[in-house]
Design a protein around this ligand. Structure first.
Ligand SMILES: [Mn+2]
Length: 345
């Protein structure tokens, strides 16, 4: 057996099938898993972050940014109960003996950092050696990570994933996650559809009511969550504002926070600086599809798009459902034969 396949998808965002759960296309995901299960050779599936949407999932009806292991375990059980067919398909994929699944952490599923959550998923998937977790996946040629570590709003300290507050161990969430839970989740309830339209800056042009509501919340967040944070959230270590990161974002991108494509090049440069010498860098997180050989730096930049329900606004203002995308890397005798970004249909 000389063939090896690496398959990479990202931003699936499985939730608990409530109004905050944006994953809708279960058939497509099941078909995709079935397809890669039957692929000859050794198959590795990399779930490149935001596989689960813990972030927009209330805990027993309440949103909190103080996430204990108990809360994350409860949410994991809800996800497993909500998508039995997906977990069954993944178990079947793993039952073919050389196959493996690796989960990278994403900014919607930092809950995977808890050892108990990893054990629960390994148990559910039937094998604790073939299911692994990490900040990134890397081999000689490729570096695969979700992308939040090169996003100043979602960057975390990998040395300090947990924090103790009032004698409780909590997830040390980044400012972006805290902002969603405390401020922006209300927008999702009000504009569940508009929130799924990309690119964001065009969605704002087309839906002025959505833009106004978002601006109002953003101003509220800037005032209370950033400027007056030290008074309003006094003593709350999870709400600490990393002002230095925000300043870095402004230096890199100005006040632009919505046009995702503008951030991309700089993020690849930063990633290549952190993990030099790879042939390809593969990310998710941006909710767009991108495949380009960087002509100056001679590496391949790849971004996979989301698997949640999302629409792209065309120039004639028509909206179309985004295709589901995946990366396929084929190795033959330990050499890369091809590396593609493909649509799955
Ligand atoms: Mn993300």
């Amino acid at each position: 057996m000389t063939n090896k396949n690496i398959f990479i998808i990202s931003d699936v965002e499985l939730g608990q099938k409530d109004i905050f759960d944006d994953f809708k296309d279960e058939e497509a995901l099941l078909n995709f898993i079935a397809k890669i299960t039957d692929e000859p050779g050794k198959n590795i599936l990399i779930m490149n972050g935001d596989s689960f949407d813990f972030l927009k999932m209330p805990y027993k009806g309440i949103f909190t940014h103080h996430i204990t292991e108990e809360i994350s375990l409860w949410k994991t059980e809800r996800i497993i109960d909500s998508y039995p067919k997906v977990f069954q398909a993944l178990r079947k994929f793993l039952s073919r003996s050389p196959n493996k699944i690796h989960f990278n952490f994403g900014n919607h599923d930092f809950d995977l950092l808890w050892p108990g959550v990893q054990k629960l998923l390994q148990k559910c998937l039937g094998d604790d050696k073939k299911v692994t977790f990490g900040d990134y996946y890397e081999n000689r040629e490729i570096h695969v990570e979700h992308g939040h570590q090169v996003d100043y709003f979602y960057k975390i300290d990998p040395q300090k994933p947990f924090i103790t507050y009032h004698k409780e161990k909590l997830l040390n969430l980044p400012i972006g996650s805290v902002a969603i839970i405390k401020y922006f989740i209300a927008l999702k309830e009000q504009f569940p559809y508009e929130e799924k339209v990309y690119p964001r800056h065009q969605a704002f042009e087309n839906y002025p009511e959505f833009r106004k509501a978002k601006q109002k919340i953003a101003h509220n967040f800037i005032l209370k969550g950033l400027l007056l944070n030290f008074i309003i959230h006094i003593g709350d270590p999870v709400s600490n504002v990393p002002y230095i990161n925000l300043i870095k974002h402004i230096f890199a991108h100005g006040l632009e926070i919505h046009d995702e494509a503008k951030f991309m090049k700089k993020r690849f440069r930063n990633l290549a600086k952190l993990y030099p010498g790879k042939q390809s860098y593969i990310m998710g997180h941006l909710h767009l599809a991108h495949y380009e050989l960087n002509p100056i730096r001679d590496y391949l930049e790849i971004v996979t798009d989301t698997w949640r329900e999302e629409y792209r606004l065309m120039s004639d203002k028509q909206k179309v459902a985004k295709p589901k995308t995946y990366v396929h890397i084929l190795y033959h005798n330990d050499q890369i034969q091809k590396i593609n970004l493909l649509n799955f249909s």
